[in-house]
Write a protein that binds this ligand. Structure first.
Ligand code: ADP
Ligand code: MG
Length: 649
């Protein structure tokens, strides 16, 4: 069907296009409304559960509108799959990212210019790149689609401030209409999305998240009975494709091993595995009809398996949004499926510590601001260095710098690679023999700047530029050229981010306090999200209805297929930990350690140590393997933090 349609014909009718390009007879719920809004020239939002067919909402209009459709998605692996699928259907789609060779990049830019490309997929980071903004800036963008659009909202479960910049980029491109897509948005989040994207309420289409075929069970238990409980469930329920979600990579390995020992077909899946191992586990699971995959939440993003019969939460999910997405992978074939959460109070510490460890101390933020505002008007920094200097986690450094951009202190430029590694594939004599005159001399000197390793040479492009008195660009182009010719193999490392300072804060301390306040507010909100999950597991009313209500949908009748409805008599209480009092002997040991490590002068770091929360400074000092690390996990970190902060340095 599709091969006959390779030529660029514009179909006037969405249903025809659906049939001829995608081979589908009818729209799924919501698709047509969204597409109609877009075809009328309006921006729209699609809040459909995972697997409901959001992508079609931009893929189909992309074929019907003049101009380019830009799709922003943070998941590169998913982009690749979609582009392959579209290409097979004879639809011209491509992505632009840092993994493309110069030739590929040129080819895609060419297709953008001559209008032959229908869909262009990019990651949000791409908009930092000035060359990309230039390429795309000269093009008519008829549709700008943003996947995972809940990231735009501070109320969302995965707020990413760089998403706020996306809307500005879309405006800068004069994109004719915007489409926001997400699987989970509370009413508050959808409001934020609609405000940012200027979407009329009539074009914000939300599909019901109610799933009649899913039985939702929540079972409180102690951590030491959990493994046996899981095995017992697996033994007694009829076999079927199963996902067991865990929080940590090592738990995934451990549980997969235990299940294997108990005679089940089980494999681990997490982001720490090599790519080929991971895809082999995924392929195995896709084909299997009784396989168990024990996975961190990295699993399932691209999974299109309709007959998953069980989703177990071995560890508590970190929000109701996550929970809803994870159970949403079960029973896509509309056949009955069971989702059970094994609720252990001990999980709370771990989940909370992730959040608490993300909140930088006031002092850390002050250090970061001092670093940033002591630079020249234009400067470049490595987030990694900033993270080490300020003792703030990498992702949080990124967030804080984005805040500074959004507040008009900084303007970000194209990131670049500081260090180049290359391996000569010909002798340097042979390479130089290809050149003469000034160019040859330049290359000769350039080679001399490189530090020799065993097989690779390393070149700091900035330093080489300074010592050769040549523009950095020329050095990079020369290396690119040699690599293009196949004379060297080239690798890049050490991303540096470029900024221009637009204004100085009038009061740097006040700015630090303001940023710190924002980080604390986020912390509070994330902690509340975990509490919502805990409360959900112990609800004295229909759980399914509560979950639907969380996403803005009221259901009049109890569902009849959640723990509450199935076992109405049993009283369940939310797990709570007893908070311990702090042992003065431990405090004395911390004091001793502080004297030993005077370079760690931020009191909050020592509170972290006791609660077992990592930070760049603790890892660097190897204190994460000290016996005091995590010595009192039962402590209330917020309290301890306050205590240490007031006791001061
Ligand atoms: P989402 O992004 O909402 O998670 P996808 O866009 O990846 O979902 O679609 C999931 C699957 O549904 C894909 O295999 C897609 O081809 C299929 N699909 C989408 N729309 C339709 C339709 N109208 N009829 C049949 N299948 C469809
Ligand atoms: Mg999708």
């Amino acid at each position: 069907m599709a091969t006959a349609l390779k030529t660029k014909t514009r179909m006037p009718n969405p249903t025809q296009t659906l049939k001829s390009y995608f081979g589908f007879d009818r729209f799924r719920p919501g698709q047509q409304q969204v597409i109609e809004c877009l075809l009328m020239g309006k921006s729209a939002a699609a809040v459909f559960p995972t697997g409901a067919g959001k992508s079609l909402c931009y893929q189909l209009p992309a074929l019907m509108l003049d101009g380019l459709t830009v799709v922003v998605s943070p998941l590169i692996a998913l982009m690749k799959d979609q582009i392959d699928a579209l290409t097979r259907r004879g639809i011209s789609a491509a992505r632009l990212d840092s993994t493309l060779s110069a030739d590929e990049y040129r080819a895609v830019s060419g297709q953008i210019h001559d209008g032959s490309l229908r869909l262009l997929y990019v990651a949000p980071e791409r908009f930092q790149n000035e060359r990309f903004r230039q390429v795309i800036g000269q093009t008519r963008v008829s549709l700008f689609a943003v996947d995972e659009a809940h990231c735009i909202s501070e109320w969302g479960h995965n707020f990413r401030p760089d998403y706020l910049k996306l809307v500005d980029f879309a405006r800068g491109l004069n994109a004719e209409r915007l489409l926001a897509l997400t699987a989970t948005a509370t009413p508050q989040v959808l409001d934020d999305i609609c405000r940012a994207f200027e979407i009329d309420t009539a074009c914000a289409i939300r599909n019901s998240s109610y799933r009649p075929n899913l039985t939702l069970l929540t079972s409180p238990m102690t951590a030491d009975s959990r493994d046996a409980a899981l095995i017992e469930r697996l033994k007694h329920r009829p076999a079927g494709p199963t996902i067991v979600y865990v929080t940590l990579q090592r738990t995934a390995e451990e549980i997969a091993r235990q299940l294997g020992a108990a005679g089940f077909y089980a494999r681990a899946y997490h982001a720490g595995m090599a790519d080929d191992e991971r895809s082999s586990a995924q392929e195995w699971f896709m084909q299997s009809d009784a396989g168990i995959v024990v996975a961190t939440i990295a699993f399932g993003m691209g999974i299109d398996k309709s007959n998953i019969r069980y989703v177990y939460h071995y560890n508590l999910p970190k929000s109701l949004e996550n929970y809803s997405q994870e159970i949403g992978r079960a029973g896509r074939d509309d056949q009955p499926a069971t989702c059970e959460t094994l609720v252990c109070a001990d999980d709370l510490d771990q989940l909370e510590n992730f959040i608490l460890g993300d909140t930088p101390s006031l002092r850390a933020i002050e250090t970061l601001l001092d670093e940033v505002f002591s630079q020249g008007r234009t400067f470049d920094v490595s987030f990694y260095d900033l993270s080490g200097k300020s003792d703030i986690r990498l992702l949080v450094v990124r967030t804080l710098l984005t805040y500074l951009e959004l507040d008009g202190y900084l303007a970000g430029g194209t990131p670049f690679y500081a260090t180049y590694k290359f391996k000569p594939l010909e002798s340097s004599g042979q390479i130089l023999a290809q050149f003469e005159g000034e160019r040859r001399e330049f290359l000769e000197q350039l080679f001399r700047q490189a530090k020799r390793g065993k097989t690779w040479l390393q070149l700091d492009a900035g330093a080489a530029a300074a010592s050769l008195n040549a523009p950095r660009d020329r050095i990079v182009r020369a290396l690119d050229y040699l690599a293009d010719r196949g004379w060297i193999e080239l690798e890049v490392a050490g991303v540096r981010n470029r900024y221009e300072r637009l204004r100085e804060p009038a009061d740097r301390d006040a700015l630090a306090r303001d940023l710190h306040g924002r980080m604390l507010a986020r912390e509070k909100q994330e902690l509340a999200r975990i509490q919502q999950v805990v409360d959900f597991t112990a609800l004295a009313t229909c759980q399914v209805n509560a979950l639907c209500l969380h996403f803005g949908e009221e259901r009049p009748q109890p569902c009849g297929h959640c723990t509450h409805c199935l076992e109405p008599g049993t009283k369940r209480v939310a797990p709570r930990r007893a908070k311990a009092a702090l042992d003065p002997k431990l405090l004395a040991r911390v004091e001793a350690l502080r004297r030993q490590y005077p370079q760690i002068d931020d009191p909050v770091v020592w509170a972290r140590l006791l609660c077992g929360i990592t930070s760049p400074a603790l890892s660097r000092a190897k204190l994460t393997s000290d016996p005091l690390f995590g010595a009192c996990p039962q402590q209330d970190f917020a309290e301890l933090r306050a205590q240490f902060e007031t006791r001061g340095a």
